[in-house]
Design a binder for this molecule. Structure first.
Ligand SMILES: [Fe+2]
Length: 254
């Protein structure tokens, strides 16, 4: 029996799609053009947006390795949504999504991984996660204090780390290591979310491509415009409890 070894050289990372297939479709078209060997989704796939089923269908179609986000955990266990740090005003939207997902989609979400390790041919080890290697709800941004980073990454053997959750692209050196964030496909934020300070959405979708380049990894943080009017039309038709929020966000987009 022959065994085909696929060498992973170029990986697309998508995260925080949040039920916006309109944004994901634009990103996937760009990824197709760029060409990748593998697609990795860093979590928060379906809650809040109008197209949860379409998002999951696309992840299956692309055979994406998918990591569990805090919103995915809350979709599976909505009674404990606040334990997964879902703000109370978002819970009706979360429940709207739960009602639309058939058992097969719930089983797919249950199969998402906690973390995923990639070893590139040049020996570089990468660890992918949602919030941090320790928890889906850990928020890592450019200003996260060094002591917190030391706690979150202690004992890890990888030298390159990539997550989502903040909805903000990041390329941060941490000693000899690198911490990346691919941003958000469905809800790219202008500034980090803090309680009492509602996020503002940016008018594009974000993702990243990492590619082996000799002894190094090259990272390409990408942004793709998508059809916001089409998305808002779908939001309106959907009857999502947060419909007004979506319209307000894009009316105020900088
Ligand atoms: Fe998210």
């Amino acid at each position: 029996m022959s065994c085909k070894i696929i060498q992973i050289m170029r990986i697309g990372f998508i995260s925080d799609i949040h039920g916006s297939f309109t944004a994901l479709e634009a990103v996937l078209a760009d990824i197709k053009k760029e060409g990748v060997d593998q697609l990795i989704c860093l979590g928060d796939t379906v809650s809040l947006g109008p197209q949860p089923c379409e998002v999951l269908d696309a992840l299956r179609e692309w055979n994406a390795v998918t990591i569990m986000g805090n919103h995915d955990q809350a979709i599976l266990d909505p009674e404990r949504a606040e334990a997964f740090e879902i703000t109370s005003h978002l819970i009706p939207d979360l429940e709207w999504g739960v009602k639309r997902l058939p058992a097969s989609d719930m089983a797919f979400i249950r199969s998402f991984k906690n973390t995923h390790t990639v070893r590139f041919e040049n020996g570089i080890e990468l660890l992918a996660f949602h919030g941090s290697p320790k928890a889906t709800t850990d928020l890592i941004v450019a200003t996260t204090p060094q002591d917190n980073l030391d706690d979150l990454f202690r004992g890890q053997s990888a030298s390159v780390f990539i997550g989502g959750h903040s909805h903000i692209q990041m390329h941060r050196r941490n000693g000899k290591n690198l911490i990346l964030n691919s941003g958000s496909v469905g809800n790219a934020f202008l500034y980090p979310f803090t309680p009492g300070n509602p996020p503002r959405l940016l008018p594009w979708a974000e993702y990243a491509i990492l590619e082996q380049d000799g002894n190094f990894l090259r990272s390409d943080m990408r942004r793709v415009y998508f059809d916001i009017d089409k998305l808002l039309g779908l939001v309106k038709e959907s009857g999502l409890p947060g419909t007004d929020w979506w319209f307000r966000q894009y009316a105020e987009t900088p």
